[in-house]
Design a protein around this ligand. Structure first.
Ligand code: ASP
Length: 440
């Protein structure tokens, strides 16, 4: 086993939703001395109809901005935390914090400030429970005037702070603006904080503790009992998350990837499971030719035909310029000799369809042009494809055997994935067919 010196451990909302979950998280932290820096989310759902504290805080903010009294709504948040503190038997009273936060939100402190208090309070409680120092993210995580994350300033200030605190809890999700107001990352942003802390701490590993035992090879709502991916590269992960497979916030990859720190996705409710290791590169081939499959619905294909298209200089550029002018980014561009297909999100072309068709007709003079909706894309992702012969043939014939019509195929020269377009209603069956073909 590798000898780790520093691990940064991030716990998601479901891992800290109530006192029992706090106990599990603390046992995990205490199990290894190298788990020195802990990044908590706000309490998530304890059961499926429960509310996340972050959502409750947004509600308080809305009520306050409509001039309503937030005592009742905020009271529900207070009792969530009070239950945790009392159940853990902590010698720590959050009452003064409650009063200050309630008053600030009532007096219309910013929306991000309100949302960030979920992590702030959870961080205070977790620090008291673990006996770790508390470092307020507002003092060590910085945004620029334009709202973008200031990675270099953060890395310097946070790095220095961590050196002074060998064991600390740093709440996730927020930081501060140059004028000292609070700003949050987008939803799920505690993953990003964990990654930032891992980089600043020069950690050997960033452990991200959640409620699943890692990334699954396919969507469990579609494929029965899919296998867990043991090792995945950042690039493969990017392909799968782009297609809709989510466990980790997409932006969480950048700080640790930059520093070459692997991420380990683990399950708080099943800590003995090894989870998924996300690495920059690996010589481990894994169990088979593919790493995972993901699918995405809600797409449209704009198909354009013109004789001798291949010889017409600038044809593709003109088509893409029309889309750019309309503010539409394209997802894929599978093309033939005299045909060009542009895959776009159906939502993105809403109310712009006529304008797109008319402009492309006027500028490019195609023989025919049409838009087909209801398309889904399926990505078969795998770093081993480059070396394996016949992977696409296998995937395509599995889909054909399932009697599914393939609408388009796209394989980049990097051979990290094969994209297969089918009608939306065929997506699940296609995914099952490919999974069964590759995972025995
Ligand atoms: N609590 C925030 C949210 O619900 C951030 C996070 O959990 O990562 O989005």
């Amino acid at each position: 086993m590798q000898d780790y010196k520093v691990k940064v451990v991030k716990f998601g909302g479901s891992s800290l939703a109530g006192a029992d979950q706090f106990r599990k998280a603390a046992a995990i932290v205490r199990a290894e001395a190298c788990r020195r820096y802990v990044v908590p989310s706000a309490p998530g759902k304890r059961f499926s109809s429960d509310d996340k504290v972050t959502d409750m805080l947004y509600k308080c903010y809305e009520e306050a901005s409509q001039g309503k009294d937030i005592t009742e709504s905020f009271g529900k948040i207070e009792s969530r935390y009070r239950d945790i503190v009392n159940d853990l038997g902590l010698d720590f009273s959050p009452e003064a914090e409650f009063a200050a936060i309630r008053s600030a939100i009532q007096h219309r402190a910013g929306r991000d400030f309100a949302a960030s208090r979920g992590e702030y309070l959870n961080g205070k409680i977790l620090a008291a429970y673990l006996g770790y120092d508390f470092i307020d993210a507002a003092d060590v995580i910085f945004f620029r005037e334009d709202g973008t994350f200031d990675s270099e300033k953060t890395n310097t200030v946070l790095g220095d702070a961590l050196k002074k605190h060998p064991h600390a809890v740093i709440p996730g999700f927020y930081g501060s603006m140059p004028n000292d107001t609070i700003r949050t990352f987008s939803r799920g942003g505690s993953d990003i904080t964990g990654s930032i802390v891992a980089r600043a701490a020069e950690a050997d590993l960033y452990e991200n503790w959640t409620d699943v035992s890692g990334f699954l090879m396919a969507d469990p709502r579609i494929v029965e009992n899919p296998k867990v991916i043991e090792v995945i590269t950042y690039r493969e992960l990017r392909e799968l998350s782009y297609m809709g497979a989510t466990v980790l916030h997409e932006d969480a990859i950048f700080p640790v990837r930059f520093a070459g720190i692997p991420i380990n996705i683990r399950n708080t409710n099943s800590p003995e499971d090894p989870g998924t290791m996300i690495v920059s590169s690996t010589t481990r081939t894994g169990s088979g030719a593919i790493t995972g499959i993901a699918g995405k619905k809600g797409l449209s294909v704009i198909s354009i035909e013109k004789d001798m298209m291949n010889a017409e200089l600038g044809f593709g550029r003109k088509v893409l310029e029309v889309l750019e002018k309309q503010g539409i980014s394209f997802e894929h561009l599978p093309s033939g000799i005299d045909t060009m297909s542009v895959v776009v999100a159906t939502d993105a072309i809403k109310n712009k369809r006529d304008a797109i068709l008319n402009e492309i007709c006027a500028i490019c003079e195609p023989e025919s042009i049409q838009i087909e909706d209801g398309i889904a894309l399926l990505a078969v992702v795998g770093r081993n494809m480059v070396n394996a012969k016949g992977t696409s043939a296998k995937a395509l014939s599995a889909v054909a055997r399932a009697d599914i019509n393939i609408r388009l195929i796209d394989q980049g020269s990097s051979e990290l994935n094969i994209i297969i377009g089918v009608h939306e209603e065929d997506l699940s069956a296609a995914m099952r067919a490919i999974y069964a073909e590759f995972v025995k």
